[in-house]
Design a protein around this ligand. Structure first.
Ligand code: ATR
Length: 278
């Protein structure tokens, strides 16, 4: 890589296993763009200073992952509606004339993966969202924008689900239920946006909430999606109608890439290559 290659980075803590450098480098190679995309491990107390230094030294774009996404929005001088709605940012871009713009591509990446890659037309469907953290918030707005007939949000801490539904403000279409209050309900799509697959725990949900036409989608991938996949298939979701979050990871990266480089990469070869590893 030449010394003049344009500098990009992903900030997180930990960050060593991030796939973002591989994904962005593959996109850049496809389009003949010289790119130097690195991981930067930033402890929470150093994150803001490190981001500011990165841009002051000529960095042209930064992705942000756990645990910094909320602070990434707060440190920005300007933000997009997608970032404001989710209260967090995963894409930072230097503004012409100085300053930083915050954006969030999680919701758009999710919708593009499920609709374009997996052919699931969200319009008119009944969706259940498990979880109410930052990722869930992005997915909730994206599902509403994509035209689901109804969105039900459940969360271990119900107040967090209520907050999302209140912010969306369409009570006829978006509602919350208690985690243990789903008996008798059935959904076309169940999205897991909890961290149960990472931290451990059970998906204590009635099996009757899915049928064999239902799709189950986990925002996690790899071993972290095994628990939800196991629950979904035991509950009756067809194995090939279970989706993990690998495609969303590639699509949210493509949305950031397009924002920075003005060109949309072909995500399919990159997704296929990663799929062989995960
Ligand atoms: P992120 O921003 O990545 O989405 P987060 O804000 O830590 O992460 O959210 C994690 C989600 O997983 C939350 O919805 C959390 O529920 P709470 O809001 O009650 O904390 C959910 N979660 C984590 N462990 C869980 C468990 N064992 N059972 C049920 N939900 C769990």
């Amino acid at each position: 890589m030449s010394a003049e290659a344009h500098r990009y980075a992903v900030f997180g803590h930990p960050i060593a296993h991030s796939l973002s450098p591989d994904i962005h480098s593959a996109f850049a190679a496809q389009l003949g763009i010289a790119l130097d995309y690195r991981t930067i491990d930033a402890a929470p107390e150093d994150f803001v200073a490190q981001v500011k230094r990165f841009f002051a030294e000529g960095g042209l774009g930064a992705n942000v992952t756990l645990p910094h996404k909320n602070v990434a929005l707060a440190l920005a001088d300007k933000h997009t509606e997608a970032a404001a709605r989710t209260g967090s940012a995963n894409t930072l871009t230097p503004l012409v004339g100085g300053g930083i713009e915050a954006h969030n591509t999680d919701g758009s990446g999710f919708v593009r993966d499920i609709t374009e890659r997996h052919g699931f037309d969200l319009r008119g469907h009944d969706a259940l969202l498990l979880g109410a953290g930052g990722a869930a918030k992005a997915v909730a707005w994206a599902l509403m924008d994509a035209g689901v007939r109804s969105l039900t949000i459940v969360n271990r801490t119900p107040e967090r689900a209520d907050e999302i539904a209140d912010a969306i403000g369409e009570p006829a279409r978006c509602r919350t239920r208690y985690w243990d209050g789903l008996e008798g309900e059935c959904f076309d799509l169940v999205v897991n946006a909890t961290s149960i697959g990472v931290t451990g725990g059970d998906f204590a949900l009635p099996m009757s909430i899915v049928q064999d036409h239902s799709t189950a989608y986990d925002l996690c991938y790899g071993t972290a999606s095994a628990g939800f996949k196991g629950w979904a298939i035991a509950a009756g979701v067809r194995p090939d109608w279970f989706r993990d979050g690998l495609g969303m990871l590639v699509e949210q990266a493509a949305d950031a890439f397009e924002r920075w480089h003005g060109q949309r990469p072909d995500t399919d070869p990159v997704y296929r290559e990663l799929r062989q590893r995960y």
